[in-house]
Design a protein around this ligand. Structure first.
Ligand code: PLP
Length: 504
């Protein structure tokens, strides 16, 4: 008996709340527990080979080698693995992930890294070059995002972080600490659309902030009409995305931030994905609503240099409307026996080389470089979107610019994703509603890629329509995840997947 199938087909029709309660009890029954355990193992064992493909061809090292291996040998092994992996993203088959990927650009970043691999911004006295780089990264990003047009009273500032998630975690901690100090709020909440990035859920969990989620409108933007009633005395921040990761939709930031401001609450624009695209798309004439510090209610932003800023992985920028707010982000310890200690972000020691490479990326691109890159990405995305819209049975969600999500009312979209993956395409599976997206990067802007995508997608849809559902692939797991009663099971499955990644 296939438990998974029974779960989805038979039990899935029962009222989800009743079923969730039933499952809570059932999980405690040893027999069911054992059956579930077997099911998890079955689902994961099918994945283990693809997660650990090098066990066959390379030696595994569970312990330190007695004598160090020759450097050449270490390098040669890494070179081989890197080459196998490069093929997957280089020719543009992967959604998001590698945003620039041009060989000369990568070489340049690598040369910068090799110059600066010993730098640690924690020792600002030893590497003043690093504080120059970081101050300028923040300033260049701020000015790109309206810092010069805020009107009086604002002085946009920020810090470099390790990525979008850290930028978001830090901003949420900052609002929590400010609300605690200035407003005495002990049970803080954030108001955010359901489409906001999972990093906000992480922040909520880590820092004890309750979440009040706004539904999306039919256009996949946050329903701003619900915001007024969602904000209460304990609200410390309202969040909007520009654009959202799942659907590439730009929330009504002007309306939302103005309402937050009128209630004396902070507003964070998550421009992790769009920060280095939207300013240039607007200059190129694409319709981009206001989303940055030009709006008086926007008090903080996140923008990822390691996405469309084309830096190496490991940097992002968090910005605040004024230095008073940024102060709540900092950590200082004045009575530690180890000396005067202060650090702006979560980490202590930090990879200065990544800030250096980020600075070098911004300088070498310049406004012109970003304009050109954005132009190519937008044109490619237009072609991709038009191609999807031409395929009967597929429907593009909302009115996206370059992150294009699509769904179907006629067939299982996750099976389309599986067929696409057999043709080498790695797309993102979404839920609620079930959908798939392609986040267009410079990789897809290479000649012929958009056309190949549309052809393969048409063929995949054809296969889904003509062939019965097959075993394997990700479709069953997404199907399982989409049914609410199994949330606990799905979390357990994801936890086990992480355990698997750490197996030698
Ligand atoms: C990528 C992304 C994040 C998180 O960034 P990481 O760099 O993966 O930590 C947050 N918000 C949006 C909209 C994103 O696209």
């Amino acid at each position: 008996m296939d438990l998974k199938k029974v779960m989805i087909e038979k039990l899935g029709r029962i009222d989800p709340r009743f079923f969730a309660a039933l499952m809570r009890v059932a999980r405690k029954v040893p027999l069911i527990e054992k059956k579930l355990d077997a099911e998890y193992q079955h689902l994961l064992s099918g994945m283990e080979d693809s997660v650990k493909p090098y066990r066959k061809d390379f030696e595994s090292h569970a312990q330190l080698p007695l004598a160090g291996l020759p450097r050449d040998e270490v390098l040669s092994q890494m070179q081989q693995m890197s080459e196998r992996e490069e093929d997957r993203w280089k020719d543009g088959h992967v959604s998001g992930a590698v945003y620039n990927g041009d060989a000369e650009h990568i070489d340049f970043l690598n040369r910068v890294y090799s110059l600066t691999s010993q730098c640690n911004p924690l020792h600002s006295d030893l590497w003043p070059s690093n504080s120059k780089y970081e101050a300028e990264i923040v300033s260049m990003t701020a000015n790109m995002l309206g810092a010069g047009e805020t009107g009086p009273g604002a002085e946009v500032c920020g810090t470099v972080t390790s990525g979008g998630t850290e930028s978001i975690l830090l901003a949420m901690k900052t609002y929590r600490d400010r609300a605690r100090k200035l407003r005495g709020i002990r049970r803080p909440n954030m108001v955010l659309p359901v489409s906001a990035h999972a990093a906000f859920d992480k922040a909520a969990q880590y820092f004890g902030i309750k979440q009040i989620k706004l539904p999306l409108g039919p256009d996949f933007r946050a329903d701003a009409g619900r915001l007024r009633r969602a904000i209460d005395r304990n609200t410390i921040v309202v969040v909007g995305s520009s654009p959202s990761f799942p659907h590439g939709a730009i929330d009504p930031i002007a309306e939302m931030s103005s309402l937050a401001q009128s209630r004396g609450v902070g507003f964070h624009t998550d421009a992790c994905l769009g920060g280095f695209v939207l300013p240039w798309a607007r200059k190129l004439g694409y319709r981009v609503p206001d989303f940055d510090f030009r709006l008086p209610g926007v008090t903080s932003m996140s923008a990822d240099t390691h996405k469309y800023g084309f830096a190496a992985k490991g940097t992002s920028v968090v910005l605040y409307r004024d230095p008073e707010l940024r102060r709540f982000q900092y950590f200082t310890a004045s009575d530690w026996p180890g000396g005067m200690y202060f650090s702006p972000t979560f980490a202590g020691s930090r990879p200065g080389a990544l800030s250096a490479a980020c600075w070098a990326a911004l300088l070498s691109m310049g406004e012109q470089g970003y304009l050109e890159a954005t132009g190519k990405i937008m044109q490619t995305a237009c072609a991709v979107r038009a191609g999807i819209e031409k395929i009967p049975g597929l429907r593009v969600l909302g009115d996206p610019l370059w992150v294009i999500a699509f769904a179907s009312d006629e067939f299982d979209i996750y099976r389309v994703m599986d067929f696409m993956s057999r043709r080498g395409w790695i797309l993102n599976g979404l839920h609620k509603p079930p959908a798939v997206h392609l986040c267009v990067t410079l990789r897809q802007a290479q000649p012929g890629v958009a056309e190949r995508f549309c052809e393969d997608l048409e063929a995949a849809v054809e296969q889904v329509r003509s062939q019965p559902a097959e075993k394997g692939g990700l479709a069953p797991i997404y199907g399982l995840a989409a049914s609410i009663p199994f949330r606990t099971e799905v979390s357990e499955l994801l936890g086990r997947y992480l355990d698997m990644l750490y197996k030698v």
